[in-house]
Design a protein around this ligand. Structure first.
Ligand SMILES: [Fe+2]
Ligand SMILES: [Fe+2]
Length: 376
């Protein structure tokens, strides 16, 4: 703590100097130069020119990377299933995919659009803040190498993430419905849709062949395979956003600077707002079996168990900190130890990065380890 306080005082005077003399092209340009050595942190952070500690910069840089990855996957969903406009440009939509998504909720295209816009704003803000503080922003453009969907409506550009070979972990469903268990106590939870973990499934149409049999109209014909793709997307949306819901409070516990803490405490709950919405919509996914691959979406209300009941979309009270305390409705997990690496692993296990280079995984790991090493 003592060290941080001294560093902050020192940095304030350096910033004043920066404002007087070096503002134009100053901090950002210097930061970029010093980072030519590939270090995840600007060397001058140690000198105190930036008011942020090394740890705070590392946390913000990992979050910027996570938000860039989120933006990339949401962009792909928006091109085919959302609303393409000046706020979220790119793509021209797939009428068949949109109809299948609208079975979950007729407002799905609007929600997909808004979630996409939010993610772009998250990484753009965090990167701008890093630059303002004299730290280096995150840029993953060189890893935009994965193929786009070949379905009509998608842009044909390089991607960071792969939405066509997902293994979606739906244990978040039972995790948030349990009244007696908490992942921070080492508890594990069964997936609501076990089949989604037993293979690799598309969450967007891979090509127009995935839309085969669709007939538009007032009562459109939606083939089971296409509906299974939309169902997969519905459960994947909630998977992604429950991850952000835990990541922000987990990392906030390592932040030193009150303003950085404010950033984490202000962005984090928007991830929760997303999760809440998506969990509600996923509960409307129709029960079916995909005839092309056997993927089963069971009727989650059939058992009568609260562990899968679809309208239990608010976190059930559960154990927290110690079993001696009464159960409380909370975000879970929020354990701070290894939280960034845990998030990176969850996204990797999801299949999002299938096809990415070794260098991509090395950079992601470096960013995550630096964030996890942060401390007050
Ligand atoms: Fe986000
Ligand atoms: Fe998000």
């Amino acid at each position: 703590m003592e060290h941080n306080v001294r560093q902050t005082k020192h940095s304030t005077s350096r910033r004043s100097f920066l404002r007087k003399g070096l503002v134009v092209g100053g901090a950002g340009a210097i930061g970029a130069g010093l980072l030519a050595n590939g270090l995840p942190l600007p060397a001058f952070a140690e000198e105190g020119r930036a008011s942020l500690t090394r740890g705070d910069v590392a946390i913000l840089r990992f979050l910027a990377a996570a938000e860039i990855l989120e933006s990339d996957l949401w962009q792909q969903y928006n091109e085919l299933g959302g609303i393409q406009d000046s706020e979220v440009p790119g793509g021209s939509g797939s009428a068949a995919y949109i109809k299948a998504l609208e079975v979950l909720d007729e407002d799905m295209p609007q929600y997909i659009h808004d979630n996409t816009e939010d993610e772009f704003s998250h990484f753009t803000f965090i990167n701008a803040y890093l630059v303002f503080k004299g730290a280096d922003p995150v840029n993953l453009d060189k890893f935009r190498t994965l193929p786009s969907s070949k379905a009509s409506g998608a842009q044909h550009i390089g991607r960071l993430t792969n939405l066509m070979q997902l293994s979606v972990d739906t244990s978040y469903w039972t995790k948030y419905r349990s009244r007696t268990q908490n992942p921070d106590f080492g508890d594990t939870f069964p997936p609501a849709i076990p089949g989604l973990l037993k293979g690799q499934f598309p969450a967007i149409p891979r090509n127009d062949g995935d839309l085969k049999g669709f007939k538009p109209g007032a009562n459109p014909t939606i083939p089971k395979h296409l509906q299974a793709i939309a169902n997969t997307a519905g459960f994947h949306f909630a998977f992604i956003e429950q991850g952000g819901t835990s990541l922000y409070p987990s990392l906030a516990q390592r932040v030193s600077n009150p303003e950085v803490l404010r950033i984490l405490l202000s962005i984090g709950p928007t991830e929760t707002a997303h999760f809440q919405t998506w969990q509600d919509k996923a509960g409307n996914a129709p029960a079916l079996t995909d005839p092309t691959n056997g993927l089963v979406f069971p009727d989650l209300n059939a058992s009568g168990s609260e562990d899968t009941q679809t309208n239990l979309i608010m976190p059930e009270p559960t154990i927290f900190l110690s079993r001696k305390f009464p159960p409380v409705s909370i975000i879970r997990p929020t354990q701070t130890e290894g939280a960034a690496m845990g998030a990176a692993k969850a996204l990797t296990d999801d299949g999002l990065f299938i096809g990415q280079s070794k260098e991509f995984f090395a950079v992601l790991q470096q960013l995550a380890e630096a964030a996890d090493a942060a401390h007050r």
